[in-house]
Design a protein around this ligand. Structure first.
Ligand SMILES: Nc1ncnc2c1ncn2[C@@H]1O[C@H](COP(=O)(O)OP(=O)(O)OP(=O)(O)O)[C@@H](O)[C@H]1O
Ligand SMILES: O=C(O)C1=C[C@@H](O)[C@@H](O)[C@H](O)C1
Ligand SMILES: [Mg+2]
Length: 184
């Protein structure tokens, strides 16, 4: 984990990666293990509009969703001690990348296209960005989004790992980094 700055232990953790890699599932587990609050940005936006993400995209539009996403992330990323799962498209926005990298520890959950494809049926109905696209178009989107996740403090390869194994790995890595940088 490549980190500087003091008060590392208090920084919030932000999970990034393509939709469906497990940011929400794993973020929730990491939060429980570290006794921290879990914030899922998609869920925060859904609460504000009292609508599912697909409905927000349909009724209000993606532009408004992205603006809200930026504002919600800007606010939460400046708070300490949170585990934050951002939406798969959040890092498309430079301001979001900047604010997260400035204030938080950013962890990229990576998954190969081959493994991701096996998970598509779990998420297709609730992810408006995937709807109406062929598998070839989704593959293109998957690879075109890869570079936006390249700015991070740590990457976790999640292929062939259960969500709880990824969560354990993240918690262990964090504890190691904290002890190394700020011995108690
Ligand atoms: N390591 C894993 N192995 C197998 N299935 C997983 C794993 N992690 C998550 N899943 C499953 O994949 C689906 C998508 O996970 P999740 O909603 O956490 O993804 P996400 O990264 O938050 O997506 P989004 O960016 O769209 O919010 C869920 O059904 C979840 O149970
Ligand atoms: O990758 C994306 O663009 C998205 C991912 C989801 O988490 C949601 O934020 C929304 O469905 C858009
Ligand atoms: Mg999610």
């Amino acid at each position: 984990m490549n980190l500087n700055n003091s008060r590392l232990r208090e920084k919030s953790i932000v999970l990034i990666g393509f939709m469906g890699v497990g940011k929400t599932t794993i973020g929730e587990m990491v939060a429980k293990k570290l006794y921290r609050d879990f914030i899922d940005i998609d869920q925060e936006i859904e609460k504000e509009y009292n609508m599912a993400t697909s409905e927000i995209f349909q009724n209000i539009g993606e532009k408004a969703f992205r603006e809200k996403e930026k504002n919600v992330i800007s606010a939460f990323s400046k708070q300490s001690l949170k585990i934050i799962s951002v939406g798969g498209g959040a890092f498309l926005q430079e301001e979001i990348r900047k604010v997260c990298l400035e204030h938080c520890i950013v962890i990229y959950l990576d998954l190969s296209w081959e493994s991701w494809k096996e998970r598509i049926s779990l998420i297709i109905d609730s992810r408006p960005v995937l709807q109406g696209r062929s598998i070839e178009e989704i593959e293109e989107l998957f690879y075109s989004r890869k570079p936006i996740y390249s700015l991070h403090n740590s990457k976790v390869e999640t292929d062939n790992l259960e969500a709880c194994e990824v969560a354990d790995y993240i918690v262990d890595s964090l504890k190691l980094a904290w002890d190394l940088h700020e011995p108690q």
